[in-house]
Structures are given as structure tokens and as C-alpha cells.
Ligand binder design. Structure first.
Ligand code: ZN
Length: 366
């Protein structure tokens, strides 16, 4: 079993190797900042690191004699078999605390209730100062079972300045048994005083091929789903795995693409009616515009004969026909208009007006 497999990781090999080396040479940091896009594998790596640190198999490989005279079995951490590894695999190790933001104050309960699962990647959450203080208190006492107490804080960009400052106190004087692992989309969103105290690990997307392979081999996806999800994910395996088990991700995408494909063949009045309908559920709009951006990007790729990089492979015929009919300028304008609309929505512009203006800007084709 290679190192990545032992850690339970797909890809991000350089990060696993760097961490393993640091642990073996006893130079591991007390605080880490794992950065990268949503669903890229940050929390998976944080949990794997916790499992590695708490595994009770010796740090040096131990060859155990096989009772039946076979080849010696070499146990290396994380062994996956000791009590600590089993508990970590189930997410119930008492020396690991995982915090993430809560949707509203109502959901946070000091008596250990955890945040409900996110409805989508975009769900807004806040990490509260109370949560930071609870973690600090929890870290201040000795570990229950292992050598360390490990605090993982997901999406630290959800912490406001007050909460970040509360956490900074813990980072400045951590108890010797404490290991802190933060995850964030981008280190630039955090206070520099926090970033400078953490060892950075910036995760990059995996190749589309390796996501596709992992989906088929480890998550039993069929080839068509694996190919499509790997491409839509842009190399974010965690996103693809979640999408695989959430059927409406592909349905919602299909509805968004069908609407766009119909829209570009319609006249002004029909577009206005359609825009009004589409903007009714404004919570769905950001995702829809993101999907629409992949559509225009694909047409642009096809128009410049970069077919291999197309995302929406299941719409190849429609995309090809648009690419043949539209000028590069028209396609680029449509893509830019979609990006602008997405930005405006992010700034709380009126959903109906933004959608209407956007649909009227699209070229006619089909
Ligand atoms: Zn173990």
C-alpha cells in the first residue's frame, strides 16, 4: 500500500509526502492552513492528518511475524486498524474536534450539537466567537486517549473578525498537545496574523482523468456519470463525490442548460417572460449562472478548436452548432455578460432585472 492509500487520499501526493516527512522527522507544525476551492479535498486531508497523528502504531515501521510463516506484514501509521484509526474513520475520536460555521445563532448549542449538513456549497454560514472560545477551552485540557488534541476549523473564511481574533489567542499560545488545522478557500480572506502562524498547504485541482478514475474505482460511478462529473467538478473530487450522491445536482444542471439552449433561439418578448420565470427562485440563480458560464466557455473552446477541454460533453451537438454560427466576439460577449450578472447577484442586485438584462444580451443562435 503506498503512502497516499494509507492516508486514504486521492491525489495531493506532495502534501501527504510533506506532512509524513515532517511527522517522521519530528518537525511537524502546530498549526496548518489548508487552502483551496470548495470540494477540493481540504477537510479530507485535515482528517487524514489527524488520523495519522493519532494512530497508535509506532512511527517506525514494525515488521510483525506472520503466524503462518508467510511474508512479514509491515504496519505503518496510519495503520487503519488500531482503536484510534477506527475511531477516526468513524469521525468519533474524542481528541478530534471539527468546527464549522452555523447557519444562524439558533443552531449553535454549546452542549456539543454539530452544524446541520450544508444544503449547497454556497450556503452562507458564520463561525461564531463562542465556538472559538469553546474550542480554546477544549484544547486547554489534556488529551483523552492520544498524544494530541486536534482542532479542525472548516472554512475559516466564515469567521468574522471577532471570531478570528478570539482564535488568534489560541494560535499564539497553544498548549503543547494542541494541533490546529484550518481550512479556507483562500488564505487572502484571513487575517495575516493568523496566516503567518500556520504552515500553508495550497491544494490544487486534480486532473480530470484522475477524478474520473477515482469516481469509477472507489465510488462505483458508471463511466458516463464519472466523465461528466469529473469535467464539471474542474478537478474537485470532493465536489464530484457529493454530486454523485445528490441526484438533483445533475438534474438542476440539465434544466439550466436546457433553458439556455431554448432561450438563445427565442425572441425578445419570450426571453423577458423566461427571465421572469427563471428569477423567481433567486437562491438557484448563482448556480444557474455558473452553469451558463460553462456553456459559453465550451462554445468558445469549440470555436477555437480546443474540443478536448469541453465540460458539457453531453451537449456536444448543441454546443457545436452554436460554435459554428456565432462569432468569437459574440461568444466572448455572452460569457462576459454572464460573469457580470453573477457578480451583480453576489452584490444583491435585483434578481429579475439582472436575469432579464442578461437574457437580452445573449446572441441569437441555434
Ligand atoms: Zn492506527
Amino acid at each position: 500500500m503506498n503512502l497516499n492509500e494509507r492516508w486514504g487520499m486521492v491525489g495531493h501526493t506532495w502534501a501527504v509526502e510533506a506532512l509524513e516527512h515532517a511527522i517522521r522527522t519530528r518537525r511537524a507544525a502546530h498549526a496548518f492552513l489548508i487552502a483551496g476551492a470548495h470540494g477540493i479535498g481540504k477537510t479530507t486531508l485535515a482528517r487524514a492528518l489527524a488520523k495519522r497523528l493519532l494512530c497508535t502504531t509506532n512511527d517506525s515501521p514494525v515488521a510483525q511475524n506472520d503466524l503462518f510463516g508467510g511474508a512479514a506484514v509491515v504496519n505503518e501509521p496510519p495503520c487503519g486498524e488500531c482503536r484510534a484509526c477506527v475511531k477516526n474513520a468513524k469521525g468519533v475520536h474524542p481528541d478530534v474536534m471539527l468546527l464549522e460555521g452555523v447557519p444562524s445563532r439558533d443552531f449553535y448549542n454549546k452542549n456539543g450539537s454539530t452544524a446541520p449538513p450544508r444544503k449547497s456549497d454556497r450556503e452562507k454560514r458564520i463561525l461564531l466567537v463562542d465556538q472559538m472560545r469553546d474550542m480554546e477551552k477544549w484544547l486547554s485540557t489534556a488529551p483523552f486517549e492520544g498524544k494530541y488534541k486536534i482542532g479542525i476549523v472548516r472554512r475559516f473564511e466564515d469567521a468574522n473578525e471577532e471570531a478570528q481574533n478570539a482564535f488568534l489567542k489560541t494560535l499564539e499560545e497553544p498548549p503543547s498537545h494542541a494541533i490546529l488545522i484550518l481550512t479556507a478557500q483562500d488564505a487572502g480572506l484571513l487575517l495575516p496574523t493568523i496566516v503567518s502562524r500556520c504552515q500553508p498547504l495550497n491544494l490544487r485541482p486534480l486532473s480530470v482523468e484522475s477524478v474520473e478514475r477515482a469516481l469509477m474505482e472507489k465510488w462505483n460511478a458508471n463511466e458516463a456519470d464519472a466523465q461528466l462529473l469529473a469535467r464539471i467538478s474542474g478537478g474537485r473530487l470532493g465536489w464530484a463525490v457529493r454530486a454523485l450522491s445528490t441526484p438533483n445536482v445533475l438534474e438542476t444542471r440539465r434544466a439550466a442548460l436546457d433553458a439556455l439552449n431554448a432561450l438563445v433561439q427565442e425572441g425578445r418578448a419570450e426571453r423577458i417572460t423566461r427571465a421572469e420565470k427563471l428569477s423567481k427562485d433567486s437562491s438557484e440563480l448563482p448556480q444557474m449562472l455558473e452553469t451558463w458560464q460553462t456553456w459559453w466557455r465550451d462554445i468558445l473552446l469549440l470555436a477555437s478548436e480546443q474540443n478536448a477541454r469541453v465540460t458539457n460533453v453531453d451537449y456536444m451537438n448543441a454546443l457545436q452548432s452554436h460554435a459554428q454560427q456565432l462569432s468569437i466576439e459574440d461568444i466572448q460577449r455572452a460569457l462576459n455578460a454572464t460573469r457580470t450578472a453573477a457578480r451583480q447577484l453576489g452584490q444583491n442586485a435585483n434578481a429579475r432585472l439582472v436575469t432579464e438584462a442578461l437574457t437580452l444580451r445573449y446572441p441569437r443562435g441555434g
